[in-house]
Each structure stands twice: as C-alpha cells, then as structure tokens.
Design a protein around this ligand. Structure first.
Ligand SMILES: *[C@@H]1O[C@H](CO)[C@@H](O)[C@H](O)[C@H]1NC(C)=O
Ligand SMILES: *[C@@H]1O[C@H](CO)[C@@H](O)[C@H](O)[C@H]1NC(C)=O
Ligand SMILES: *[C@@H]1O[C@H](CO)[C@@H](O)[C@H](O)[C@H]1NC(C)=O
Ligand SMILES: *[C@@H]1O[C@H](CO)[C@@H](O)[C@H](O)[C@H]1NC(C)=O
Ligand SMILES: *[C@@H]1O[C@H](CO)[C@@H](O)[C@H](O)[C@H]1NC(C)=O
Ligand SMILES: [Zn+2]
Ligand SMILES: [Zn+2]
Ligand SMILES: [Zn+2]
Length: 480
C-alpha cells in the first residue's frame, strides 16, 4: 500500500466530511449497540492478539497500549481546523512509512494512526478506511487503543463533572433491592461542603430551554426566558417576527447556538420546513419537539467548534435517567418534522434522528426538565402545555429548561433545597432551605403539593404516574 493511497482516500473524506457526518459518526461510536459490540469484539480480538503476540514477542501487550496512551499528550493535538488537517495527514503518512518497515514498526505506526483518528472529524469513517488499508496487526492495536480510550473517558466522567466550584458531586447510592433481591443503585447529587439555610449552593444555565408556546412572541426572551420589562428595548430577530430577545447578547447567543438554523425567516415563502415546526408547536402547544430541535442544532454547533471541553452535550445527557416513551402517531410526526427542518441545513442529521434516539431525548426531557418561573408578574396566568416538568408551582411557570447538573437532583416531598431564578432568567440557583452538611444529598420537589394538602397516597400516586418511582422520602415513609 502506497502512502498516497491512504492519504488520497482520506483527503477525499475530509473534503466531504460535513458537520453532520462528524456528528453522526461520533455519536454512533458512542451509542450504537452494533458499533459498541464491534468495539468490544475488537477489544477481545486485541487482547487475544496481544496474548499471541506476547508469545511471539513482536508487539506490545494491552498494558503497553495503555502506556502508549499515557504517553500521548492531548495538548499536542492542534486546535485549528487547518492545523488539524495537516497534523492528521502527517500522522497518516508517518504511520504508513512505519508499518512498511515490518513488525518492528507496528507499535509506533499504530500510535500515529490513533493520533490521526483523534483529530479526524469523522473517526468512524477513518476506521473503515484503516480496516481496508493497514495491516490487521496494526489495525487491532489502533482499535485496542481506541476502546481503552473511550472506556477511560467514560470512567472518568464523574471525577471531572460537575466542576468542583459548583460545590456538589454525583454519587451512587443504594436504593433497596429489586424483587429478585438485586441491589438497586441510583445516582444523586451531594453537597461537597456545609451550607446554611438560605445560602445558594450553585447556579447553572440550561443546555436548552423553551417558552410555553402561547408565550412565544414579544413578551419573553427566546433565549434566557426573561420577561421583558416595560420600557426595555427589545432586541428583535433580524430575520423573523416570531421571537424576541431581551438583549443583543441573547440574540447573538441564540443565533449561534440554534436560532440561525431554526428561524422561520419571514422574508421567505410559507412552505419553509422551519415554519412547519413552528406551526406544530403553536397548534399542539407542545414545546419538547422544538427543544429537541434546539438541542440537536446546539450539539452540532458545539461539535464543529473547538470548545476545549472534554465532554460534549451528548456525553452530558447520556447518563441521565429518562422515561420510556412509547412511539405514537404524534412522535412519528415530530420525527418527520425534525428531519425536514434540520435535514436541509445539517447534512447527515436525518440518519441521526431515528426513532430510538428521538424517543430517548424526549424521555430525558420529560424526566429531567424543570419548570421555569421567570415571570415578573407573580399572578401571571399561563396556558399550560401538556408536557410535564419538575416544579412545585409556587410561581407561574412560563417554560422549561434542561440542566446538566440539576437533573441529578432527586425528589423529596420535604426537600432541603428550592429553586430561584436569578434576575428572572433561566439561570437557575439551587438554594438551601435547611442547614446542609457536606456529604448530604440534595433534594428538590418535583411536584406541586397543593400547599401541603396532598396525602401520602396522593403524592405517591402522582409521582408514580409522572416519574414512575415510588417515593420513599422520610415524609412518605413515616407520615406523622
Ligand atoms: C522481546 O524481544 C526483545 C528484543 O527484541 C528482548 O530484549 C526481550 O527480552 C524479549 N521479551 C520476551 C518476553 O521474550
Ligand atoms: C433568510 O432569508 C433571506 C432572504 O431571502 C436570506 O438571504 C437568508 O439567507 C435567509 N436566512 C436563513 C437563515 O435561511
Ligand atoms: C404555517 O401556518 C401558516 C399560517 O397558518 C400557513 O400560512 C403556512 O402555510 C404554514 N406553513 C407550514 C409549512 O405548515
Ligand atoms: C448565573 O447567576 C449567578 C448569580 O446567581 C451568577 O453568578 C452567574 O454568573 C450567572 N451565570 C450565567 C452564565 O449567567
Ligand atoms: C397555603 O396555606 C397557607 C397557610 O396554611 C395559607 O395562608 C395560604 O393561603 C395557602 N395558599 C393557597 C394557595 O392555598
Ligand atoms: Zn434574554
Ligand atoms: Zn428568527
Ligand atoms: Zn415523598
């Protein structure tokens, strides 16, 4: 195999590699069971191969793969698109030159191919090229490195997230046994220092949020959900009259993260697919399809940026609990709407939005989203959408937000925290309502307890109906 072959093959793919492909394949690597199985198989094969090789003493063992990985400095990877492409090409040709020297060059060669893979926008595509072009021994090593890498990254997640300055960590806790006697483990959010009642534990802005469809228009900001006070100059969307922003900063953030793709762009014809999603949201009063669209666009945007973040949006939501959503005619329609809305703007996204993924995303919103109380008027009446969100309803709810950290908070009928919305925006603060000691779990109320008038039975029933768990909080276990 000549160097020019691999490079030619990959140059072709780099040229056509669209953001959609990057997104699709990268996510596929992480979530597609077939691909995972394949990785697992490859890992097994790599281990077996390593064993054989150990005897033959021609190549490294799994341990040496780990050593090799430990010696790769992530900082050496360039950040700009052009530099990455050049780096990728250099690694490919060096890797190829090395393996042509025979078995003695295999290890070093594998490291080069692995590095190229790390910067390539569509890694799975490159893996396919490798499979056809590099010697099986080297390929096995590269796959071994890749799967070890993925595994390590997954293992490490909760040691770097949530960031230490948020004063909380995610912990696994036992939650009784199943009927078969197996231990049930759930994840919860735990304070990492003491807090006095009234103190703010942390604040966070959502991954994505949406207004109740009936409020979308000219009164609430489409980005931060803030109600626009009288006299404040509204920042309009330059291309549509469907949404407004409370500031130019919000307008800019929304444009870069999702609105440029989802804007109905009034200057164009009425058959625009973006308009179909907008119409659907208004007609059904459902906002979660739009939230999912925003999420997907934001995710693509993030994947095309070099944010320097180790974990992307998909990594963040992957571990969150979700409700199982049975597909219905409505969901089928929503999937189609998203495919047509995003398909023309983001190549490759249509394959990505399959039924399973859409239903999982919806299930995550249904389980984790919080109601946002950002209205300036405490008596404001809002036409509620049929979609559920966590809220104790002591103020009008004008929309819903999906948060990275707060999604880990568990329910209690007598919670030790409450939520506050700084400056009436979707920047949500979790505030201690009692003194909290380091190591103590944080709880929040998921449901409106109707001013304490609900019986234990009623609370449990409501929680089970909406969140499918039996509440075991102190108030439900030992009602006084
Ligand atoms: C493998 O080969 C190297 C030299 O190529 C030798 O130094 C080493 O001892 C060998 N290891 C084993 C386990 O045979
Ligand atoms: C919106 O319409 C204008 C005028 O037709 C066009 O120039 C612009 O590219 C469109 N914007 C988007 C986001 O489609
Ligand atoms: C959206 O609704 C408007 C007004 O009812 C209508 O004119 C337009 O054709 C609809 N567009 C789509 C794509 O459904
Ligand atoms: C959210 O609000 C807090 C104050 O409650 C502030 O310190 C923080 O900077 C805000 N975050 C963002 C992203 O606006
Ligand atoms: C809730 O209960 C308090 C005192 O028990 C009462 O003053 C208040 O009016 C009640 N609020 C509602 C909304 O029922
Ligand atoms: Zn705003
Ligand atoms: Zn717009
Ligand atoms: Zn309870």
């Amino acid at each position: 195999m000549k160097t020019s072959h691999i490079v030619a093959a990959t140059v072709g793919t780099i040229a056509i590699a669209s953001i959609g492909c990057a997104l699709y394949f990268d996510a596929k690597r992480r979530s597609d069971p077939n691909f995972r199985r394949k990785l697992k198989k490859e890992r097994k094969r790599a281990q077996k191969q390593a064993k054989e090789d150990e005897q033959k003493n021609v190549t490294r063992t799994a341990q040496s793969i780990e050593d090799a990985l430990a010696n790769i400095d992530e900082n050496e990877f360039p950040t700009s698109m052009e530099d990455r492409e050049k780096f990728c090409m250099d690694q490919l040709s060096t890797g190829e030159a090395l393996f042509t020297q025979g078995p003695a060059g295999y290890d070093a060669s594998a490291i080069c191919f692995y590095k190229a893979l790390k910067v390539y926008p569509a890694p799975a595509e490159l893996v396919m090229v490798y499979q056809k072009t590099i010697p099986p021994e080297v390929f096995t090593l590269v796959m071994g490195m890749l799967s070890m890498d993925v595994h390590k990254k997954q293992q490490k997640y909760y040691t770097v997230f949530p960031p230490a300055e948020m004063n909380v960590k995610v912990e696994e806790m036992p939650e009784g046994n199943t009927a078969e006697g197996q231990k049930v483990i759930r994840r919860g959010l735990v304070a990492t220092r003491d807090f006095a009642a009234g103190e703010t534990i942390y604040s966070e802005t959502p991954i994505i949020s949406s207004l109740e469809p009936s409020l979308e228009g000219n009164e609430f900001c489409h980005y931060c959900m803030k109600q626009i006070a009288e006299g404040v100059i509204i920042a309009p969307c330059p291309t549509c009259t469907k949404v407004v922003f409370c500031s130019e900063a919000c307008e800019r953030s929304a444009s870069t993260e999702f609105h440029t793709v989802l804007c109905t762009n009034d200057s164009e014809d009425t058959s625009r697919p973006e308009l179909a999603l907008y119409n659907y949201t208004k007609e059904t009063n459902n906002k979660y399809p739009e939230m999912i669209a925003k999420f997907l666009v934001r995710m693509v945007h993030e994947e095309t940026q070099n944010t320097g973040e180790e974990y992307n949006l998909f990594d963040h939501i992957e571990r969150l609990r979700f409700l199982e959503v049975r597909p219905s005619v409505a969901e089928e329609k929503e999937i189609e709407l998203l495919k047509t809305t995003l398909g023309s703007r983001i190549p490759g996204i249509e394959e990505f939005i399959n039924e399973e993924r859409y239903l999982t995303l919806k299930g995550k919103l249904l389980y984790n989203a919080y109601g946002l109380s950002t209205s300036l008027d405490p008596e404001r009446s809002v036409e509620p959408s049929p979609e559920q969100f966590r809220s104790v309803h002591d103020a009008p709810v004008v929309g819903a937000g999906f948060y990275r950290v707060s999604s880990y908070m568990s329910h209690s009928c007598r919670p030790n925290t409450k939520l506050a919305f700084a400056e009436h925006s979707n920047n949500m603060s979790v505030v201690a309502t009692t003194d909290i000691k380091a190591g103590e779990e944080l709880h929040v109320g998921f449901i409106d307890q109707k001013n304490g008038t609900l019986s234990t039975e009623q609370r449990r029933q409501e929680l089970f109906q909406h969140y499918r768990f039996k509440c075991m909080c102190p108030l439900c276990e030992k009602p006084e």
